[in-house]
Design a protein around this ligand. Sequence first.
Ligand code: CA
Length: 657
Amino acid sequence: MKKHYIIAAMIFLSAVLCACGKTKVDKVTSSKEVFIPRIENIKDDFIMGMDLSSIISLENSGVNFYNYEGEKDDIFKVLAQSGISHIRVRVWNDPYDDQGHGYGGGNCDIQTALKIAKRAKEYGLKMIIDFHYSDFWADPGKQMCPKSWKNFTIEEKAEALYNYTKESLELLKKEKIDIAMVQLGNETNGALAGEKVWMNIVYHLMVNGAKAIREVYPKALIAVHFANPEKEGAYLDYAKKLAYYDLDYDVFASSYYPYWHGSLENLANVLNTIADTYDKKTMIIETSYAYTAEDSDFSANTISETSAVTKNYPYSIQGQTNAICDVIDTAANRINNCLGICYWEGAWISVGTSSLAENQKLWEEYGSGWASSYAKAYDPDDAGKYYGGSAVDNQAFFTPDGHPLESLKLFELCKKGNEIPLKAESIEDSHIEIDLNENIILPEKVKAIMSDNSKQEVAVSWDDFDEQEMKSNGVKTYKLHGFADGKDAYCYVSMIEFNFLNNYSFEEDDNKTAVPTGWNLNRIKESNELYVEEKQTDSLNGNRHYHFWSKNPDSIEFELEQKVENLSAGKYKFAISIMGGDAGRQEIYAYVKLNDQIIAKKEMKISTYNNWDQGLIDAFDYNGNDELKVGIYVKCSGEGNGAWGKIDNALLNKVGE
Ligand code: CA
């Protein structure tokens, strides 16, 4: 190739590069603080989206953002540096009351969207436009009709939606906004713009919205968006309705909040079925996770330490990183035709004053809280009552004063990985039971959740505690504190009732002791294995239990019992626990014998691994003279590899006074 061709090619290439954005950004290259796994198969056009709808109202409220060097900077630049490729913005038709006061939540009308889009364009970020077709929040809980469409027939509403979509997009097109995707509604689980009948939602409204999008932005993808993938059959039902009314769309998008929306595996299964059945693209269009349980703006958050949610990751910067990396990994590797993900409102931080009253003033004036009091004109029962600030400031990628968290780098660094030495992120709580009659021995090791979300045992040192007081206060649970690997550790110690049995959880014997100390074994049939086993994971309590197994049919039958000496007269209860499997026909019961006659028994069953069954004889009288024996009878015919089981925790306690 001749030299001037090369120069021409270079000029052409740089022109192409410049078209991506006016300002070049240098991508982040590493993090010293967070472990980021390398995620395979992230294509160059994989969408790393960020919903930034509240940004203009936050900046108007005085919020500043900073770069990784600690200097004040344009947040759009910081996001572009961190690997964000797309900016999403919600659009409400008219989020203002008749005095012109904004409802809040960013006062996101099309003019706000335009402002955000222009800022994004500067750094080559593409746009996702999320029409709610409402004047305020639309989600599975509500899909309110815009004020000005209120008394429209469905045909008039369809026409208004078409015109509104077309005019809004034309406004953006005039400013040469690069729109990658447009949404026909937000989390439209069976409702849209006040309509609740699928024919109206799809055939009249969505179809006309799609038509307007194709006319103005023929290259933009058209997305539908639903929530609650964990509801069995719901998504398939929606997809069926969309197909039935012949909606022209490209992307079936879902919200996925890890603490509400079931497992990633389920999400992948549900979206794969739709991608394959209807030949659609898919996307995880909303997701987020908390980096702290703390609130920072005096307005309660949707997720906190006290919210009743399933928590698979710690609320920490590393936990947030791991949660979102798992979402990206699922999108890139386990969901068919998946375009990418979009994080929801990753910069909706506190407006930054030191009191609720001052924050409230800013939220009211600039719409930077989730709702202002003015929203009551439109939504009196929810927003009009509970208006306030950010409910997701603890799920942002910025500190309360606007500095980026290291977790924000995940969008760029997951492409090649940022593997730093692992350390403990948080410590799992320990739970132990201590007989009131025994010494309190706390665990020496606890389980730590590591930087890569794996679990490891680490040594722990517990704070001092008052053993005498804990033993003299009767049945009660205590929460003890300690430190493990520099993190807080907690041990819940349940002081349990005095147990009149010896060696009640088989802790006194060596591994494979056939007859446990203090117990009698009546071996009725010849089982292959019948002994105390030392294996903590198979024990209900402590490290040992009584184990049985036999490969031959009908070879398990025994009684394991304890003769109780020197017991005074009174009312007692007896319990013993068992788990196991492959039992075949089984006859198992806990029993109480007086002078070798069974006077009470309780049927028990073995089923599957770790399903412990407790046989409880909840009250029997003892006269103080008869010979008392308590125990368990086990007989199994066996099936497959033969019956097996584990017996543990024999308890003989006094009842009442
Ligand atoms: Ca808050």
